[in-house]
Write a protein that binds this ligand. Structure first.
Ligand SMILES: CCCCC/C=C/C(=O)SCCNC(=O)CCNC(=O)[C@H](O)C(C)(C)COP(=O)(O)OP(=O)(O)OC[C@H]1O[C@@H](n2cnc3c(N)ncnc32)[C@H](O)[C@@H]1OP(=O)(O)O
Ligand SMILES: Cc1cc2nc3c(=O)[nH]c(=O)nc-3n(C[C@H](O)[C@H](O)[C@H](O)COP(=O)(O)OP(=O)(O)OC[C@H]3O[C@@H](n4cnc5c(N)ncnc54)[C@H](O)[C@@H]3O)c2cc1C
Length: 551
């Protein structure tokens, strides 16, 4: 995040000075925004940067314990510079949070600079290869030029000058990383389902009839139900990630031309896609672990590490709930635009059907299900807006009414995102397979149907509210879904092999290409330090005295 922020928040002159040093690893930096007391609420950050025109420096301070920077990756022992997000004060006025480049360690000795307190935050659920740290300042001075001045400046005399045309220019790095995290979710879920599907083809357990041989667990319908949605979701996330990256690039190009019109939609899309992709990936990676039984619980399976790594992405770079609420904010405005007869942006154009007042006729085709997801999203948003307005009419302020409606707002945002993801998934598959062989087309279509049927069956309650789906339609869809799993089974291993993930990348005794699961599990077990000697010294110091009643 250090380099993207230098690129996004520095003037050309500042980039010319800092970027070559950062890219050449002459300096190592991190992005220190979160504090002990605040992560979500950026406007509540307490670290201060107060401009002193006498010395043309900013004085950095951590006025409270909760103002200590907390979490930044590499901050504890690795980096010698960091980007600090602090409340900017000049001429006695606070201008809100701004980014500053701060040297925290000596470039030669790596000792912390005087006035800088830095350390490690301690062991975490995962990410323990990263030294996430804390950072406090005690009247620590940095040159005026170290304020990143692309979007705002402080002149030598302390005059504050706003440069950016849109209020949240300083939040740009977070949008960029959120876009990257959708791809990260796809990649890590692909690893987990490669491990779990390969292992499920090797693992044999139970024989339905006493004479027969034990079945591959991949032959069980319940195992297919656990795993094939993982494969389909890995594809869905990858294709949505590519689509979002293009949306991001197009928006960035427009902003460079001075046009910020598409930024709100990009913020809404990057928020909900980052939220859903990381949450789906984390829960489905855990589902892959469950599907591997006890061996899935071994560190040597690679699955615990993957889960610990990915579950963090649901929190960092914007907590799941917070980002869905950001998307909901955009959706409520879009709803009001429909009411006012104004044109809608492409990803919310389906909202006009919220005003038909009729249930969408159920159609179980892939396109019909996507339309049903859109109707569901439009319906949930419509009922959410009605709740919001009912509360406003009762005399509550907008903030109070909004807060009381946030559970429904989150549901509307999640439904919108599912509709967008489903639409993108199917249309990208169709675009990419135009010249593919019929077999490849068939398999990829089977997978996106798994995705659509799975989520339709997960949302039958909402579909009953907003479409004409009947009890028999639901029963028929369940049978069709179960039949589809059986159609995919023969290709399941080939499909995950197509992720083309090398053993060195999977780090898994269960998922290695050669399938020698049991030999690898035993080989990994031998690496345990407890196997270094036949009798551990704790026998003599604890067990034997205890058995002799001497403890
Ligand atoms: C592999 C990578 C490893 C990464 C390791 C992890 C790094 C980190 O975690 S870095 C720290 C990440 N922290 C966060 O993501 C904090 C999340 N919080 C926020 O983004 C903000 O506090 C907020 C968006 C939740 C609220 O910000 P606030 O200033 O209070 O703004 P409002 O909600 O009042 O909205 C005002 C206005 O601004 C628009 N907007 C907000 N954020 C953005 C954005 N990023 N880009 C564009 N526009 C944004 C928002 O839509 C509102 O617009 P209007 O509705 O038109 O007023
Ligand atoms: C592995 C890891 C690496 C990280 N790396 C960095 C880094 O490099 N740099 C950096 O600056 N930060 C980093 N972070 C911090 C991260 O950005 C924050 O943890 C994240 O933004 C969430 O903020 P928080 O921890 O304060 O949680 P909180 O915001 O306190 O969330 C706690 C709970 O409160 C809820 N909540 C909060 N506000 C609201 C609201 N308004 N409405 C409804 N519910 C609300 C949340 O949904 C959540 O359920 C990292 C975090 C992790 C886990």
């Amino acid at each position: 995040m250090f380099v993207p922020t230098l690129m996004g928040q520095c003037t050309p002159e500042q980039q010319a000075y800092w970027l070559p040093r950062a890219l050449d690893m002459q300096i190592i930096g991190t992005y220190a925004q979160t504090e002990l007391g605040h992560g979500t609420f950026i406007r509540g950050l307490e670290t201060t940067a107060t401009y002193d025109p006498e010395t043309e420096t900013f004085v950095m301070n951590s006025p409270t314990l909760t103002s200590y920077k907390w979490w930044a990756g590499g901050l504890a022992k690795t980096v010698n510079y960091c980007i600090v997000v602090a409340q900017l004060y000049t001429k006695g006025v606070c201008h809100g949070t701004h980014p500053f480049i701060v040297q925290i360690r000596d470039e030669e000795t790596h000792m912390p600079r005087p006035g800088v307190k830095v350390g490690d935050i301690g062991p975490k659920l995962g990410f323990n290869t990263a030294d996430n740290g804390y950072l406090g300042f005690d009247n620590y001075r940095i040159p005026r030029d170290n304020m990143m001045m692309k979007n705002a400046q402080v002149l030598k005399d302390g005059t504050y000058v706003k440069v950016a045309r849109h209020g949240k220019a300083t939040y740009g790095t977070m949008v960029f990383v959120r876009v990257l995290l959708v791809n990260e979710a796809a990649f890590n879920l692909a690893k987990a389902c490669t491990i779990a599907v390969r292992y499920s083809a090797i693992r044999r357990q139970c024989s339905p009839d006493s004479e027969g041989s034990e079945l591959q667990v991949l032959d069980y319908s319940t195992q297919q139900h656990k795993l094939f949605i993982c494969i389909a979701t890995a594809h869905a996330l990858q294709l949505n990630s590519t689509w979002l990256w293009k949306t991001f690039s197009d928006t960035l190009a427009a902003i460079k031309q001075g046009n910020v019109d598409t930024l709100p939609e990009l913020h809404a899309l990057s928020s909900c896609l980052k939220a859903l992709s990381t949450a789906d990936a984390a829960s489905l990676i855990e589902q892959c672990r469950h599907a591997c039984g006890g061996h899935g619980y071994m560190m040597s399976s690679g699955l615990p590490y993957l889960y610990a790594f990915v579950t963090a992405t649901r929190t960092y770079e914007g907590d799941y709930t917070i980002l869905l609420l950001q998307t909901a904010r955009f959706l409520v405005k879009a709803y009001e635009q429909v009411e006012a007869g104004k044109p809608l942006t492409p990803t919310v154009s389906y909202l006009s059907q919220a005003f038909t007042g009729k249930k969408l006729p159920w159609d179980s085709s892939p396109d019909g299900i996507i339309r049903a997801f859109q109707a569901l999203a439009a319906g949930k948003l419509s009922s959410t807006v009605k709740s919001l307005r009912k509360r406003l009419e009762s005399g509550l302020s907008y903030e109070q009414a909004w807060e009381l409606s946030t559970i429904q707002l989150n549901g509307a945002a999640e439904a919108h995102c599912r509709a967008v993801m489903s639409q993108n998934y199917k249309s990208e598959i169709e675009r990419l397979t135009v010249n593919s062989s019929p077999n490849v087309k068939l398999v990829l279509q089977q997978l996106y149907k798994v995705y659509l049927y799975y989520w339709a069956l997960e949302r039958t309650g909402d579909l009953l509210l907003y479409t004409s789906i009947s009890e028999s339609d639901i029963f028929e869809l369940q049978l069709r879904y179960e039949g589809l799993l059986k159609e995919i089974r023969p290709n399941a291993v080939g499909i995950v092999d197509a992720f083309d993930l090398r053993d060195e990348v999977l780090h898994s005794a269960l998922g290695s290409y050669d399938g020698n699961v049991y030999e690898r599990l035993m080989a990994e077990a031998q690496k345990s330090p407890l196997n270094a000697e036949p009798v551990n010294q704790t026998f003599h110091t604890y067990l034997k005295p205890m058995m002799k009643g001497k403890l």
